[in-house]
Unconditional design. Structure first.
Length: 190
C-alpha cells in the first residue's frame, strides 16, 4: 500500500476521490504528462467529462498517449491553451479542478506557470466550481519565479470570503522550504 502521507499527489487523489462521483465534470488545469487527467478520467467514468488544459504541445501529446493506452480518451476534452482561458471552453459547473504549478517534468524548465495567468485562472475556476466542489493546487516553488507565484496565489486566496470558501494548506514541516505543498479550496453549500 502506498503511503498517501509521503506524497502530495497521492494525498490529493485520495482527497478528490471523496468528492468526485461517476458522471461528474472536472478539470485538469495543467495537464503536464497526463497523470492527473488519467486519474480524473477514471474517477468520473464513461459518463463524466474531463477538461484538460496545457499550453505545451509535448504535454498535449503525452496526455493523449496516456489516455489512449488506458482507453479513456473518449471522455476527455484536451485543450491546448492557457488555463486562464478556461471559461472560453467550459460553461457548466465543475465538481473538481486540479492545478499543478511549476513546469512540465522532463521538459523545458523555462516554460512555467506564471503568477498573473494562474491568478486569472483561479478566479475563473472559483466561478465555475459547483457548491460542494473542490479545487486543488499543488505548488512547486523551487524554480525560478516559483516563490513569486506561490506568494501571488496565497495572497489571492487568503482574501476569499470565509462564509463561502474554506481554504486549507497541506505541507511538510520537516522537508526543505521549497518542497511541494497543497492548497485545497472547498466551495461551501454542497
Amino acid at each position: 500500500m502506498n503511503n498517501i502521507f509521503s506524497s502530495i499527489t497521492l494525498f490529493t487523489h485520495n482527497l478528490l476521490q471523496t468528492v468526485i462521483n461517476s458522471g461528474d465534470h472536472v478539470l485538469d488545469a495543467t495537464a503536464g504528462n497526463g497523470h492527473d487527467t488519467l486519474f480524473l478520467a477514471k474517477s468520473v467514468g464513461p459518463k463524466g467529462i474531463v477538461y484538460s488544459f496545457d499550453i505545451q504541445e509535448t504535454a498535449i501529446l503525452n496526455t493523449s498517449l496516456l489516455l489512449r493506452e488506458h482507453d479513456l480518451l473518449e471522455q476527455v476534452r484536451i485543450i491546448q491553451d492557457g488555463h486562464e482561458n478556461m471559461v472560453k471552453y467550459i460553461s457548466e459547473g465543475l465538481k473538481a479542478i486540479m492545478f499543478n504549478l511549476g513546469y512540465l517534468p522532463k521538459s523545458d524548465h523555462q516554460v512555467i506557470t506564471l503568477p498573473e495567468t494562474t491568478v486569472i485562472a483561479l478566479g475563473q475556476a472559483l466561478e465555475i466550481l459547483l457548491p460542494g466542489g473542490v479545487i486543488t493546487i499543488t505548488i512547486y516553488s523551487g524554480h525560478e519565479s516559483g516563490e513569486i507565484e506561490k506568494k501571488a496565489v496565497e495572497e489571492y486566496l487568503k482574501n476569499l470570503d470565509k462564509t463561502k470558501w474554506d481554504v486549507l494548506m497541506w505541507s511538510f514541516l520537516n522537508r526543505i522550504p521549497t518542497a511541494p505543498y497543497l492548497i485545497v479550496i472547498y466551495r461551501r453549500g454542497g
